[in-house]
Every structure is written in structure tokens, then in C-alpha cells.
Design a binder for this molecule. Structure first.
Ligand code: PRT
Ligand code: ZN
Length: 284
């Protein structure tokens, strides 16, 4: 039995539960701080604030955790990042009031920067030889300049709309983050390590299938070579004869980003009855 810590509420909660669900693992409703047993895998889930997840995993209170790389870097606990999970993407950036005439990084010398990420910021400032004062604020960092609590901020940016709404502009993108699966550093129990390997295998299969569609179509036998030239597949497309003479069915896996372009090309060479299906897992 392994124990995983996931965020109880907030931006990573839903995606974490979805990843588990699409990996065949059902977990009960979030109850912060309480343990819940999952169905479909020897797994217990503990719901925590994201701030506490790196520490819980470092201490071995949980064997695994799902948390942003920003929290892992900021908290500085000894955990292993074992699998990037492709959601929760954001960056931590320096932003300043839009009225400022920005001259480059040296502008920050002698300035006050408000942030909830002092460790990552201090590391960056030291590396660049910038001497600024860091003010730690835990919530709503973006309002600090308007309240004279800082000349600039260092905060998480995703779409950028929070900055715009507060009259700020992003001038330096410093740290790029996404959700990551972290593991306790001192795990030696073979059974747990086996379970973790199985879980990672399921997660990877699910992550690899994202952005892929399973496409089936009928095509005249004479156009099969032209269709194969257009189509990728796990190895190559599958071709099956139809009961109707002179026709085949082709099955292929196509990236969502190429889907409509490929469908247009396939129709042009005679493909008909095209079915597009969601792909839940891609087990290689
Ligand atoms: O209660 P708990 O402590 O668990 O949650 P929290 O409030 O500390 O964290 P939460 O749920 O807001 O974020 C969890 C994680 O999601 C973060 O640690 C990041 O790894 C990731 N993430 C991804 C984000 C964002 N995108 C994001 N946009 N975290 C925060 N934001 C906030 C940001 O602080 C700013 O206020 O959204 C605003 C900016 O968004 P845009 O889209 O306007 O640029
Ligand atoms: Zn938090």
C-alpha cells in the first residue's frame, strides 16, 4: 500500500483526481487532512494544502505527492521529482507597474520586491548580482505596488490577466513550473517501490495519450498507399478489408493538433465514414 498526498482544494486538485481516475483509480471526496482508501489500486490518498505536500513527502508521511515544481523549489525539502504531469503550467515572473520605464535587470537594484517565493527569488537575484529587498507577502501579491508595499512583484503568472488588471507588466520570466509527481527520498520497501513503478506506468500511459485521437475510416483499396503515406500510427496504421469488395478500413492514431488537416487530406483521396474517438490510454 502506498500513500499519495494531493492538494485538497485549488488548482491542482481536479487534475490530480482526473489523472488518478483515468488511470483506473477511484478516490473518495476530498477531506483535508484525512486518509482515504482508493479503489482499483493499493493506494491511500491524503489531502493537504499544496504548501505542505513537499514536507509530508520528505518526512515519509506520504510516499508520493502531486504538487507544483514551484512549491518543491521554494520549500527546499529533499524529495525526488519522478514524473512531470503536464498540467498546472505557470511561470514565476518579475512584474512592475506599467508606468515604469524599464531599463533591464539592473533596474531592480535597491528596489523592494513583494513575493510569496522568497527562496527562488533570492537565488535568482544572487545569481544575477542584483541587490534588492524582498518583502514576503502570502496572499494577493499583485496589489502590493498599488499599496506602496513594493516597487515590483515576483509572482505566479499563467494567462497574464491578473497582472494587466493590476496595471503591472511582466518584465522577466524566471521560473517555469508544472505539476510533478514527487517521491520520498528514502523509500526502500520493495513492495512500495513496485507499486510506485506500476502507478507511474499507468500515469505515463495516460499522459502519452493526451492530445491524441483514434481515427477510423473507410477507403477504396486503390487509395490505401496514399492514405498510409499521410498517416502515422503507433507503428503504422492498421488496415482491415471490408466485406464490400475493393474497400478497406484504416485505423490510425492522430495528434489532435493535426486532426482536421489530415482529415481534409484523407477526404480528398477518397476516405469516407470517418470516425474520431477519444483515446484514454496509450500503453506502449
Ligand atoms: O490552499 P492551497 O495552499 O492548497 O492552494 P494555493 O492557493 O496556495 O494554490 P493554488 O491552488 O492557487 O495553486 C496551486 C498550484 O497551481 C501553484 O503552486 C502552481 O504550481 C499552479 N498554478 C498554475 C497556479 C497558477 N497556474 C496561477 N495562475 N497558481 C496560482 N496562480 C495564480 C497566481 O498566484 C496569480 O494570482 O493565478 C494568478 C495569475 O493567473 P493569471 O492567469 O491571471 O496570470
Ligand atoms: Zn498553497
Amino acid at each position: 500500500m502506498i500513500r499519495i498526498a494531493i492538494q485538497s482544494k485549488g488548482r491542482l486538485n481536479e487534475n490530480s483526481l482526473q489523472l488518478l481516475k483515468e488511470s483506473g483509480i477511484e478516490v473518495p471526496e476530498s477531506k483535508r487532512g484525512l486518509l482515504s482508501s482508493a479503489k482499483g489500486f493499493p493506494l491511500e490518498v491524503v489531502y493537504l494544502r499544496d504548501d505542505d505536500i513537499p514536507q509530508a513527502v520528505a518526512m515519509g508521511v506520504a510516499d508520493l505527492g502531486i504538487v507544483g515544481q514551484n512549491e518543491v523549489a521554494e520549500r527546499g525539502y529533499n524529495v525526488k521529482e519522478i514524473l512531470p504531469l503536464g498540467f498546472g503550467a505557470c511561470r514565476i515572473s518579475l512584474a512592475i507597474p506599467k508606468s515604469v520605464d524599464y531599463s533591464g535587470l539592473t533596474w531592480f537594484n535597491g528596489k523592494r520586491i513583494a513575493t510569496s517565493y522568497p527562496v527562488i527569488l533570492q537565488h535568482f537575484l544572487d545569481e544575477k548580482g542584483i541587490n534588492a529587498e524582498i518583502h514576503v507577502i502570502t496572499g494577493s501579491v499583485e496589489i502590493a505596488p498599488a499599496l506602496q508595499m513594493g516597487d515590483a512583484i515576483f509572482d505566479i503568472v499563467s494567462s497574464g490577466s491578473t497582472l494587466i488588471a493590476n496595471g503591472l507588466v511582466e518584465v522577466e520570466k524566471i521560473f517555469f513550473s508544472e505539476a510533478v509527481l514527487i517521491q520520498s527520498p528514502n523509500l526502500v520497501d520493495d513492495e512500495k517501490l513496485d507499486d510506485i513503478e506500476q502507478l507511474c506506468f499507468r500515469f505515463k500511459s495516460n499522459l502519452e495519450s493526451r492530445g491524441l485521437k483514434y481515427v477510423l475510416m473507410n477507403i477504396p483499396q486503390s487509395r490505401v498507399d496514399a492514405a498510409v503515406a499521410l498517416l502515422p500510427g503507433a507503428k503504422s496504421p492498421t488496415i482491415l478489408p471490408l466485406a464490400l469488395g475493393g474497400w478497406c478500413s484504416i485505423h490510425a492514431v492522430i495528434a489532435e493538433s493535426d486532426l482536421w488537416e489530415k482529415i481534409g487530406q484523407l477526404k480528398q483521396i477518397g476516405a469516407e465514414d470517418i470516425l474520431v474517438l477519444n483515446l484514454e490510454n496509450m500503453i506502449r
